[in-house]
Design a protein around this ligand. Structure first.
Ligand SMILES: Cc1cc2nc3c(=O)[nH]c(=O)nc-3n(C[C@H](O)[C@H](O)[C@H](O)COP(=O)(O)O)c2cc1C
Length: 171
């Protein structure tokens, strides 16, 4: 099979869309991922898959904590572009975004988000281009209970969004 055929087959996997944030030594940053999933219930643990070249990867590796927030359908392409197509190495992604600092010190984005989880990293697994960060959920909160979660499918077919090369799945 060609890589294109394999990628086409993989495009039918369903996901949500999330902002993942962290902060270390006064520097905060965040990125878009489609790869947040709960791996155990007791204790509640989640995993994320983050490209090694991302600033967020560097900061989570140092801080040992991250927050994950599901996006709702009101999230616009410019908003997703700020977190998902640009790196925080060259500008402050939070300059124009409402947020507050959570229990573990991560920025909690309060716009276009349904809820938040704050997670303490317990395990990292090197999967090549990306690292799986697996951790225990230490704090949760609901930000907008009435909004509808944005799915990866909605992002592609309604918002007509793309994913950049560093994502886990390329479209
Ligand atoms: C729809 C979408 C899904 C993405 N999913 C992932 C993902 O699961 N893992 C990942 O490492 N990057 C993913 N990305 C790419 C990062 O968000 C992007 O590389 C970001 O600019 C990294 O920012 P940073 O360098 O400031 O950390 C995704 C981007 C988009 C738009």
């Amino acid at each position: 099979m060609t890589p294109e055929e394999i990628n086409k087959g993989l495009s039918y996997i369903t996901y949500g869309l999330y902002i993942v944030t962290t902060a270390y030594d006064g520097q905060k940053n965040g990125m878009i991922v489609n790869t947040v999933f709960q791996v155990t219930a007791q204790p509640a643990r989640v995993a994320i898959s983050v490209n090694k070249q991302c600033l967020t990867h560097e900061l989570i590796s140092k801080s040992g904590v991250f927050a994950a927030m599901p996006l709702d359908e009101s999230a616009t392409l410019p908003f997703i572009g700020t977190f998902g197509f640009r790196t925080g190495r060259t500008f402050d992604k939070f300059a124009k975004i409402p947020y507050e600092i959570g229990f573990l010190g991560c920025p909690i984005v309060k716009e276009h988000t349904l809820s938040y989880l704050e997670v303490e990293v317990q395990q990292t697994i090197d999967v090549g281009t990306h690292t799986l960060f697996i951790g225990e959920v230490k704090d949760v909160g609901v930000l907008n209970a009435d909004a509808k979660a944005m799915t990866y499918d909605y992002y592609h077919h309604v918002i007509k969004g793309k994913t950049p090369a560093r994502a886990t799945h390329i479209s």
